[in-house]
Every structure is written in structure tokens, then in C-alpha cells.
Design a protein around this ligand. Structure first.
Ligand SMILES: Nc1ncnc2c1ncn2[C@@H]1O[C@H](COP(=O)(O)OP(=O)(O)O)[C@@H](O)[C@H]1O
Ligand SMILES: [Mg+2]
Length: 363
């Protein structure tokens, strides 16, 4: 579903506009990141979508329909909402917390149970182990996952996320970013995600909207924004913030790489390898030097040339580097100093590795 802002202004009494003349269309299935310094109007923008705030001027539409035409509860049930401090109810179990909206929608018990199981499985949390715990019996990262799952519970087409990972340590945040990317690849929701962390914006966003004192100053893909900042403000915002946190991740690419290759075919001096957990085939020369990947279709059609040349990862690259490149791909080839293919990192192996690193902090 699309969300469209047309000339939207919000003025809180006696103040300068919190949001000023905002024109913005969020596309179906995209993850749009709103970013900017504190007080620039991100939260206000988000809260106007589910009518926790009313615009002073202008209109907001969902799939072309003015949101004022919806009943408030109807509107909010179609929109998932996650905030930084999770908003979990402390006296309710994990399961009860996740089920809040399905209960309001009067889903039968069987359907709710099944949904909670399915949601916990999506973030690798075991139902038996976690469903009956209370929020205080979870780590910060686990609580935040439950907050995210709650916003997904009734399968709303639109999700609003207001700095959902802001309070987490850097490693847990990275894990949840990966999980969210995977969920989004699968669910294709329209997600509007607020952050003030440019790394997070670049990792997650299909597009990024940069705000400065209530105004949208630049809208574009992460690449566009990093390459062509429209003004000094955007440029310095990126520069100041665009550096990966130095968390003490010590795992290297090779530690994460799956090395389970199966020779599939060889053609003259080229060898096609397949690998568990990946749909693509990998093309190497007779010395095992990496050439590129080939799709299944091309292999079947006997088209033995690389159709995608992914930038390979070096065996000594850090997890931070890998996370920063791991976008829009499911797997990344890992090569040694001689450009020989030594393994492949899948999103699953990356997620598991990061989860292992977090181990000590969990539960
Ligand atoms: N309920 C409110 N009443 C008065 N002013 C508010 C209220 N909420 C936010 N503001 C003001 O509106 C501006 C934008 O706030 P906000 O949308 O929360 O920014 P951000 O989420 O980007 O930090 C700030 O100047 C803030 O002080
Ligand atoms: Mg805010």
C-alpha cells in the first residue's frame, strides 16, 4: 500500500512548524527510512500516519484514500507500530503481548497460537522456551524482537518503526537489522523506519528521506544520497555519522563462509560449482579463481558466462565490512589473496554468526 503526504504541515502550538509542507510518496513494499537530527520532525511525521497527531494543513492518503475517512481503530489495526522502548506490557507474557491486536480482531485461539509460533520462528526464538516469559525475563534484543513481532502480528500492510533498535548495543542492533531485512524481503510490507543513524539507514533503506528542521531536504536511494548529497547539511550529516561503530567483532569472513561446494559441471577451463543454501551457481577457472555467478536458467541453457559479478569478500574482511555490503544479495563469494574462491557467505550464515557473537548477552 502507498502512503502519500501532500503539502503536510504540523505546527504544535506556539512553535515553529515541526513538519513543513511535506510532499512524499512511500511506495508499496518499500522500506523508506526517515533520518535527520533530533527534533527535525521524524516522529511527528510517523505519528500523523496513524493519526496519533493530526496535520495542521495538508492531507495524507493510504492507497489514495484520505486517512481521515478511516475510523481510527480501523486505521490503526491496518498499521503496525513499533517504538524504541518496545512498549511491551510488563505484566503480560511474550505470547499475550504479541497477540494484542489479533485478540482485538477476535481471532480464535487456535489461529492466534499458530500465529505466535510462526512469528517467533521467524526470529529463531523457540516457542516453548519464550512464549510464556515476561518481558523482564528477556534480553534487550529479545524484547525488541517481540516489539517488532507484535507490530507484524495481524499482518498489517503498513508498518511504522520509530527508532526501534536505538537502545540496543551495536551487535544486537546489527542482528536485528539483518533479521528485519530478511523479513522485509519475504513480507514486502510498506515500512517507514525512523532512525538518526546513517549506517542503519544505508543498510536498511530502499530509499532514504533526510529531514532538517521539519523539511524534507533529500530523498533517494542510499547510493544516490552518499554519492550526491544535495547540500552541505546532507554531506556533513553523512560524513559525521557514516563510520561503522567499532564493536569488538573478531570473526573474519572465512569463519562465516560455507565451504560446502559441489562441482556441478565443467566446461573447458571453467568449472561450475553449486553450494548448499544458494540458488546461484559459481563459476571458477581451473585454478579455482572466482569469475562470477551464473543463474540456474543460464546453466540450463548452457550459457556458461558469469551473469553477475559480485564484488567478492576477502577472507580477512571483518563482519562489519560484510554487513555493510550485504544488501540486495543473498550470498557473497569469499576469495583468498590469489582471488581463489574459498567459500560463500549466505545471509543465514551471517545471521547465525552474528547471533553466536551476541551469545553472551542473550537471555
Ligand atoms: N506533543 C508535542 N507538543 C509540542 N511540541 C512537540 C510535540 N512533539 C514534538 N514537538 C516538537 O516538534 C519538533 C519535532 O519533534 P519530533 O517530531 O519528535 O522530532 P524527531 O522525532 O525528529 O526528534 C520538535 O521541536 C519538538 O520539540
Ligand atoms: Mg523522534
Amino acid at each position: 500500500m502507498t502512503v502519500t503526504f501532500s503539502e503536510v504541515t504540523k505546527v504544535y502550538q506556539g512553535k515553529k512548524p515541526a513538519v513543513e509542507n511535506l510532499n512524499l510518496e512511500v511506495h508499496t513494499g518499500e522500506l523508506l527510512v526517515l533520518i535527520g537530527p533530533s527534533g527535525c520532525g521524524k516522529t511527528t511525521t510517523l505519528r500523523m500516519i496513524n493519526r496519533l497527531e493530526e496535520p495542521t494543513h495538508g492531507k495524507i492518503q493510504i492507497d489514495g484514500r484520505d486517512i481521515e475517512k478511516f475510523k481510527e481503530e480501523e486505521l490503526r489495526r491496518g498499521i503496525g507500530y513499533t517504538v524504541q522502548q518496545t512498549g511491551l506490557f510488563p505484566h503480560m507474557t511474550v505470547k499475550d503481548n504479541i497477540e494484542v491486536v489479533p485478540r482485538l480482531l477476535k481471532w480464535p485461539k487456535d489461529k492466534r497460537d499458530e500465529r505466535v509460533r510462526e512469528l517467533l520462528a521467524m526470529v529463531n526464538m523457540d516457542f516453548e522456551e519464550f512464549a510464556h516469559r515476561y518481558p523482564r525475563q528477556l534480553s534487550g534484543g529479545q524484547q525488541q524482537r517481540i516489539g517488532v513481532l507484535r507490530s507484524l502480528a495481524a499482518d498489517p500492510p503498513i508498518i511504522l518503526m520509530d527508532e526501534p533498535f536505538g537502545a540496543l548495543d551495536p551487535i544486537s542492533r546489527e542482528v536485528l537489522q539483518i533479521e528485519l531485512k530478511k523479513l522485509q524481503a519475504r513480507l514486502q510490507k510498506t515500512i517507514i523506519f525512523v532512525t538518526h543513524d546513517i549506517d542503519e539507514a544505508i543498510r536498511l533503506g530502499d530509499r532514504i528521506a533526510i529531514f532538517q528542521t521539519g523539511q524534507l531536504v533529500q530523498l533517494g536511494s542510499p547510493q544516490e544520497i552518499v554519492k550526491n548529497p544535495v547540500n552541505e547539511f546532507v554531506a556533513s550529516f553523512i560524513k559525521k555519522n557514516y563510520q561503522f561503530e567499532t564493536s569488538n567483532l573478531s570473526l573474519k569472513a572465512l569463519d562465516l563462509a560455507s565451504v560446502d561446494f559441489h562441482p556441478y559441471e565443467s566446461h573447458d577451463d571453467r568449472i561450475i560449482l553449486s553450494i548448499d543454501g544458494s540458488d546461484d551457481f559459481y563459476l571458477v577457472d581451473s585454478d579455482h579463481r572466482f569469475i562470477g555467478t551464473i543463474s540456474k536458467e543460464n546453466v540450463k541453457a548452457n550459457q556458461i558466462t558469469a551473469d553477475k559479478v559480485l564484488q567478492p569478500i576477502r577472507v580477512y574482511d571483518s563482519v562489519q565490512n560484510i554487513l555493510s555490503i550485504f544488501k540486495d544479495v543473498n550470498t557473497l563469494p569469499v576469495v583468498d589473496d590469489g582471488n581463489k574462491l574459498v567459500g560463500v557467505i549466505t545471509s543465514l550464515s551471517l545471521m547465525n554468526a552474528v547471533a553466536r557473537l551476541v551469545g553472551g548477552n542473550e537471555s
